[in-house]
Design a protein around this ligand. Structure first.
Ligand code: ASP
Length: 586
């Protein structure tokens, strides 16, 4: 028998027991005539003690870091207890040690905080995974997946798998493709999501479907994305938006309660997409703090300040307690908003000093009374700093939104242990692209217009189409979109119209999505659903921003798995078999 207990299990109440533990040697040190060994497994660490002249003593002196051993002995009460360790009241006086496997010296320390750099740890991921923070992350992931399955099963959902070797799906990213050996010159696409399959399952009558499923999107790996990621993918028939929102609010509520012991509001707040853009400059607002955006165009135009007079929109945020910002800090902030990532041309400030005086960068054009009026309209009080930007309405709101988040960070208003979830609803159905001179689906092309907006959907006027809203919704937590979905089109003619609006010709629509248009001719029920980004759900629940720690074997920023060294070249014979030729040099 390798073990009677785990390394995290024994307590003072076990005193006197004869036990056997197996695990990895975290460290081993000699003190006087004794060898002290910290033995680790994923449950914890237990201290072992071997006397030099005992049979265990000889083996103990041979041990190195990460050796795998089996050790037997008696549980004793420790003389110097360690209150920081759950097993810190006891130690095992060893009678025997068996070395099960030796280990090379690990390239970094395997402890709570490692001395290894990110690249090194990625190369030896299996060693990094021995560290407690990663073990906690994966344990949380497991717990959350378990809660999802429990909840959805209780609600009558069936977990159904859908294929990975498919045809292009409509999420709007680039596909990963797989060449087909048996069908020369043709390719499968890996699913960007199971969107079309889950809708086909609704046509097939499986009215409550879910799947914890891998999705693949060949995107440039900006900020914390992975080329393959996991979704909690769901679809329901005979539902309206309300049914979907209440079902999945319930799921989230259970996940928060059972995994974190946190109660989230019931019902969750909802905000229309338009309000989110106007007040937060973002469709994923962080509502843990205020500092909302206010339009001040009416108040500040026509006072002779050319920059404002010529702007379509002027907006402001009131930063609480920041009137103390020095000239130097304000200059630095102005440079910050001019960075390409924010893209503002400049920043106007108004300081509402504690002594009641007002100081602004536009004193020449606006007297204190006017500035006071502007400040009041933004809800600013003495001691606050007002920051203004101008330009195109949505772009300016967006920049103010980015600035708002930055100020929230600087002021410590974004505590990762505070959770402020909400739904964003009433998204526009379509998004006009100036660059391409065409509409794109804001969510995806299977999202239905709101029934009361159908009249505009069938109009050819751009202004009408821009007005169409969808019963589409996003679940947002702390400034991050965790999920989204919509009520779908379930009628073949409406689906055809959608492709027409998106400039997808009948032939292309038939070639790419003929199967679903066809299925809709055979009694498709009204349906809708959503998907959550599971990796991100885990990270946010864990109070972290990066999803990588919550994935056992993630890829790096270049989409590479440096541990297995992939992607990599394949043999010429394999290339030939797949009818591929390549001029690219790896
Ligand atoms: N398939 C969508 C996505 O991946 C989610 C949905 O509409 O259900 O974003």
């Amino acid at each position: 028998m390798y073990r009677t207990h785990t390394c995290g299990e024994l307590r003072l109440a076990d005193k006197g027991k004869k036990v056997t533990l197996s695990g990895w040697v975290q460290k081993s040190r000699k003190l006087g005539g004794m060898t002290f060994i910290d033995l680790r497994d994923r449950y914890g660490i237990t201290q072992l003690v071997a006397e030099a002249d005992s049979p265990a003593g000889a083996a103990a002196s041979e041990l190195g870091r990460e050796y795998v051993i089996k050790a037997s002995g008696e549980v004793l009460e420790r003389e110097s207890k360690n209150a920081k360790m759950p097993t810190g009241d006891i130690e095992i006086r060893l009678e025997s040690i068996e070395i099960l496997n030796r280990s090379s010296v690990p390239p970094f320390t395997i402890e709570e905080q490692s001395d290894g750099g990110e690249d090194l740890r990625a190369k030896y991921r299996y060693l990094d995974l021995r560290r407690p923070p990663l073990q906690r992350a994966l344990a949380l992931r497991h717990r959350l997946a378990h809660e999802v399955r429990n909840y959805l099963d209780a609600q009558g959902f069936m977990e159904i798998e859908t294929p990975c070797l498919i045809k292009s799906t409509p999420e709007g990213a680039r596909d990963f493709v797989v060449p087909s050996r048996m069908n020369p010159g043709t390719f499968y696409a890996l699913p960007q999501s199971p969107q079309t399959f889950k809708q086909l399952l609704m046509v097939a009558g499986y009215d409550r479907y879910f799947q914890i499923v891998r999705c693949f999107r060949d995107e440039d790996l900006r900020a914390d994305r992975q080329p393959e990621f996991t979704q909690i993918d769901c679809e329901m028939s005979f539902v309206e938006q309300e049914d979907v929102l209440s079902t999945f609010e319930g799921m989230m509520r259970q996940m928060f309660k059972n995994a974190l012991g946190v109660d989230i509001p019931n019902p969750l707040p909802r905000m229309s997409w338009y309000d989110a853009m106007d007040k937060y400059g973002s469709d994923k607002p962080d509502i843990r703090f205020g500092m909302e955006i206010h339009e001040v165009s009416e108040l500040v135009k026509g006072c002779g300040f050319g920059v404002f007079d010529e702007s379509a929109y002027i907006g402001a945020i009131a930063v609480p307690g920041a009137a103390e910002y020095t000239r130097k800090q304000l200059d630095e902030l102005t440079e910050w908003v001019k960075r390409p990532q924010v893209g503002a041309k400049g920043l106007v400030y108004v300081k509402l000093n504690a002594d009641g005086s007002i100081k602004s960068s536009v004193d020449k054009f606006y007297g204190p009374e006017k500035l006071q009026e502007v400040a009041a309209s933004c809800g600013a009080a003495t001691g606050d700093l007002l920051l203004l930007m101008c330009g195109d309405k949505r772009k300016t709101q967006n920049r103010l939104g980015v600035l708002r988040i930055e100020m929230g960070n600087r002021l410590g208003l974004r505590n990762p242990e505070v959770f402020a979830p909400l739904w964003i609803v009433d998204f526009p159905l379509l998004e006009w692209s100036e660059e391409d001179g065409r509409f794109y689906a804001m969510h995806h092309p299977f999202t239905a217009p709101k029934p009361e907006h159908e009249k505009w959907f069938y109009s050819d006027a751009k202004e009408d189409l821009e007005r169409v809203c969808a019963n589409a919704y996003d679940f947002v937590l702390n400034g991050t979109e965790l999920g989204g979905g919509s009520i779908r089109i379930h009628n073949a003619d409406m689906q055809k119209r959608m492709f027409e609006v998106l400039g997808i010709g009948p032939e292309e629509a038939e070639y790419k999505f003929g199967f679903i248009i066809n299925a809709f001719k055979f009694g498709a029920p009204p349906h809708g659903g959503l998907a959550f980004g599971f990796d991100r759900v885990c990270a946010l629940f864990g109070g972290q921003e990066t999803i990588r720690d919550y994935i056992a074997f993630p890829k790096n920023n270049q989409g590479r798995d440096v541990m297995i060294d992939s992607p990599s070249r394949i043999d010429d014979s394999q290339m030939e078999e797949l009818f591929l030729s390549s001029t690219a040099k790896a």
